[in-house]
Write a protein that binds this ligand. Sequence first.
Ligand code: NAD
Length: 486
Amino acid sequence: MRIYAPFISGQVLPWHGDTIASIDPATGETWSRIARCSAAEADAAIRDADRAFRQGPWADLDPSGRADMLDALATQLETRWEELIEAEIRDNGKRITEVRGQFSALHGWYRHFAAQARKLTPVPQDNAIAGVTSVGHWMPYGVVVAITPWNSPLMILAWKLAPALAAGNTVVVKPSEMASASTLEFAQLAHEAGLPPGVLNVVTGFGHEVGEALVRHPLTRKVTFTGSDAGGRKVAMAASDRVIPTTLELGGKSPQIVFADCDPETTVNGVLSGIFLSNGQTCVAGSRLIVEHSIKDAFVARLTERARSLKVGDPMDPATHIGPLANEPHLRKVIAMIEQARSDGADCLLDGSALVQGRDGFYVGPTIFDQVTQTMQIWREEIFGPVLCVATFDSEDKAVTLANDSEYGLAAGIWTRDGAKGARIAEKVLAGTVYINHYRSVDPGSPIGGIKSSGYGRELGPDAIRDFLQVKSVWTGTTPTPDPFQ
Ligand code: NAD
């Protein structure tokens, strides 16, 4: 069986230590193993990245040289992305149509940040002091630790790695212990595209072991983390001990606000995509449907019929709509939350477990709950699965109150044909991203990130490279300095 070993200094380390099973969620079978790295490999990876930051070909590059390297990586990805697909699907069960969509676009993220690197120039600063100028120079941090989750490993990595490298840092990646294989294959591809040794290192294993060791390492200068709010809190606490900055992209419990004057067809499509794409395993999953009372029965009936007709199956089959959940502990968590919703008194309109009976693997089908109250777990906690809960409103104020009744604030959807109303609600909804008559797009040009327990900092957008840079103010005297004691 293949063992995926850590990638350090441009090489796959020979590995004889402990391993962790990589389980194919479509079958429940172990398809490969990854190295269970410890603080020793974390130390080796960080020291090597620090060396590559300070000396050698990477350290000598100016921003346009780094941009050329990112463009070379993008070109490699444009022709070779299909090689990476199988490893990711066998790890997390994401269906092939979605993975193809993400991977065929990967090169674009790297090109976007190559272009940002080319625009990096010193910034003249305002000062009111005679005889002196000041200019802001951009400085990379040094070694950046990027910690990623299992749901979309390579796309989320691109949002971190591309700006971090464009800014001149070196990066140590810790992918999820549930889905590390595609990141290790990508590291090899990046090396073949010309990335010098040490600029991108990958270590694998558990968050509380190797992940924490990376964050606490004295040479780590910044951490960018995507994952659960529980994991993010631990990372932020460890980073604060070391006084290093973090960017946290965490969970969500995003509302979809549906007004009676919406376009029913496009809204059903949007709500379906919001909660059932990737089987609900996306941070922006629109898991709380908040629908105007007057259309609730008709809208929910239409939505339920569409959800019932989704084809559950093998993620490698392009005809599949709903693949498995990514791993067994997650399956158990989602099933427990569905059972809790039933015992709390929510009304199950569509029972996803009935759609998947008799299947091997970690399957749960689309599930919809009505009669959900604001105190129920299903309303309050992120499920990260194909489970939608329904609530109703009679006024704009009530819609906004329900939408904002969450610890999270990652995304929100608003569905109405009244443009002024859409804009008004968007202003009041507390979320990092609001979609009106549309849901879930991401683009290099638009920042994404959360408020409240969904995290802080932003990825993507025109200024994302600055998240990986610090400003050095350089003051230059243009007249003789007078004696300060005369
Ligand atoms: P997780 O928090 O369990 O793990 C994420 C990563 O953090 C893994 O690599 C894990 O090993 C590591 N980790 C965990 N504890 C750590 C610690 N103490 N120190 C260092 N590293 C540690 O999350 P997950 O289950 O892999 O991913 C699902 C979560 O990610 C969901 O909550 C989802 O909403 C969130 N997510 C957010 C976004 C976003 O952009 N906001 C995108 C995708 C996923």
